[in-house]
Design a protein around this ligand. Sequence first.
Ligand code: V47
Ligand code: ZN
Length: 353
Amino acid sequence: MTQHLVDPHAPRDLRAFIADLPKAELHVHHVGSASPRIVSELAARHPDSKVPTDPEALADYFTFTDFAHFIDVYLSVVDLIRTPEDVRLLTYEVARDLARQRVRYAELTITPFSSTRRGIDERAFMDAIEDARKAAEADFGTVLRWCFDIPGEAGLQAAEETARLATDDRLRPEGLVSFGLGGPEVGVERPQFKPYFDRAIAAGLHSVPHAGETTGPQTVWDALTHLRAERIGHGTSSAQDPKLLAHLAEHRIPLEVCPTSNIATRAVRTLDEHPIKEFVRAGVVVTINSDDPPMFGTDLDNEYAVASRLLDLDERGLAELAKNAVEASFLDAAGKARIAGEIDTYTAQWLSR
Ligand SMILES: Nc1ncnc2c1ncn2[C@@H]1O[C@H](CCC(=O)c2cccc(C(=O)O)c2)[C@@H](O)[C@H]1O
Ligand SMILES: [Zn+2]
């Protein structure tokens, strides 16, 4: 495991509280969540791949010099997923890992363009993720929903394909709730994707683009104004623009904060320099997420432990963070009330021990 996983500063009993705290995760990538075991199994099936087959060697392979290097490694894992059975297995196992952390609801970001352009049939792809989603809910009680995102660097052809797969009633999966934009931000201006987000929003999907992860606050402004973002993936550079922070706070537009991701991709130098404190101080709604947990040597529980340290939170503060994610989710009202109730009951029982 790389150095990130165990946050040495979080008190032991808070980690015990976090482990069983019911949680929702809103910013976690499908391929990025493939466990070292799954990745090494897939790599063993494809000897031509540069991805190590040994889980230990994989930890070193998942150490990045910069964001571009992260994307290269990410795509080498995408290349391993070649059949609908690979997709179904990966999705079900990701759900198992989420359930182990008491994640009761997750919006998983999937990049269907990356799979269909690598030859996976689109109908078989949709059937595979839906089969896994229904099996996971039945077997683990974890509710999964999908975000389809455009790999922005792949340009408007990828945008067109992603919008088609997300809005064609013969193809779009039942679990699809949102539409995103991922990949490198440098040189990938957000306004060009407006027509595709307009089509997705018209089809009833929620807009949740990445923005401000590796570029400045203008990218976040563009995501808000041109793509009508309801939440922002990362939004890290928002802290550089007090007007943007005030806008996010006033309009209660949540940031999907992924602390360890920002360190692993070198978007932020150290956790102590992470702007999450500024977000909270400005009244911005913050949710805690893991992004690509095995690739960053972390998991959602560890991200909550990191947040407890950076924000000096006790159990009640952590429960509020968890409820922020439930409230910011696109789950129906009854589902939100159920999970928020589980959080309150669990926290009350813990504090009354
Ligand atoms: N922290 C992150 N920040 C941003 N994105 C993240 C993060 N974590 C994971 N991703 C995922 O990485 C993918 C990148 C895929 C990509 O750039 C690309 C470029 C050219 C061709 C192709 C192809 O498939 O042929 C793909 C995105 O789709 C996104 O879902
Ligand atoms: Zn992401």
